[in-house]
Design a protein around this ligand. Sequence first.
Ligand code: PLP
Length: 482
Amino acid sequence: MKLIFEKSVEGRHCASLPKNDVPEFELGDELRRSHPPRLPEVSENELSRHYTSLERRSFGVNSGFFPLGSCTMKYNPKVNEDIAKLEGFTEIHPLAPVNSVSGCIEVLELLKKLLLEITGMDNLTLQPSAGAQGELTGIMMIKKYHQSRNDNRDKIIIPDSAHGTNPATASMCGMKTINIPSNSEGRVDISRLKEVAGEDTAGLMLTNPNTLGVFEKDVLEITDIIHKSGGLNYFDGANLNAIMGVVRPGDMGFDCVHLNLHKTFSTPHGGGGPGSGVLACKEVLSEFLPYPNFFNTSDFYKTEDIPEKSIGRISGFYGNFLVYLKALCYILSLGKTSIPLSAKTAVLNSNYFKNLLSKKYNIPFPNDCMHEFVISMKDEAKNKGVTANHIAKMLIDRNIHPPTVYFPLIVKEALMIEPAETEAKELLDEVAEIFLEIYDIAMNDPEMAKAAPINTEISQPDEVLAARKPVLNFYDEENVDV
Ligand SMILES: *Cc1c(COP(=O)(O)O)cnc(C)c1O
């Protein structure tokens, strides 16, 4: 496909402006560009076609079922976008004096208040721009907490079912990670946890439900073991879909939690941002939060002085403000009754879908799941050479986005499926039929599975090569004559 710059024809344009009816004014040379900006010159028709065809090349929640486990590709109500488009929010400047943007800061403060209620925490920063950055913020705060007590604990305990960002975060903070295995039910092995928790334990990173979609029912005992050893508990709340409004990290013994507003709280994602990984904490960690924070004088907001023990700034200005607006709009439009209903529906959909697929697929942890569940293609790979990847590619041919593949790492040939609460029963029935049909095709004719996808522009790119040596076509300003 051609770049929009390659479609450009000199003199062609989209806009016809009315005749100038005010006196012309010549800018001085020092204010003028030395040459005109290099912008593509195309007609409105060409412009519209260009972006429409780009849009058609990508798959989103508006294109079809998107059960990408751990990513929560739920449908995001359009009203959130309408609110985030209002000029009063989009036309502000991040350097505007705080007292001139009090309305926007009120948005932040209201969102904070609601998220504190949802998480059961005492204090919160909205700043981190992604889940992984929320983790970084939390673990830096835990580190600083121990340092402030002259305690040089440096081990973070992480179950083997954790999201990959957890050990990465701990290492980035200079901590050593201790991996603990899951037991046969897919839960934390408590006896192993007791063995490793001790005087050098800085903390635990856990997500509940874990990435197998299994709820850690012994969570109070788990967090208690860590507290008794002198460590703190971190909750990876990237995906709060199964529990929001039903159970709170703050009530499960956790000292801090990050939330991905771009997963549970309804900001479209998948293209790399913008996102938000807000970090909430209990009082013990409050003084280490990043700044700026705000306080309300009777009629407008002011920034607080830089707190002495703060870990510092985590992102520029206020973070991704429009993402906060969408989250606030989402929370307010659902309200107190529909927030738990949404979580329960996510769990119901996932269990319903799991039961339909279990007619043919192997589900290694078959008991009730939370918002997601994991299939293993281990036996089929061994017996027929049909892998998780083959099933994923066959789904692409049927306009279904593949589930997450080869994660979590503890399940061989994993397909991790998260239907989300926004899908109707009819769609789940329809898609389950397709999953079952694909299974039969693949078992009867493995070669057909291995040839998929056949309906896409390219079939099977070398994924490693594509990531390491991408062939890009781009507009290179340096090498263009202007
Ligand atoms: C998505 C996810 C993360 C990382 O969030 P990003 O915004 O992609 O950095 C961390 N933990 C879990 C459990 C997740 O699902």
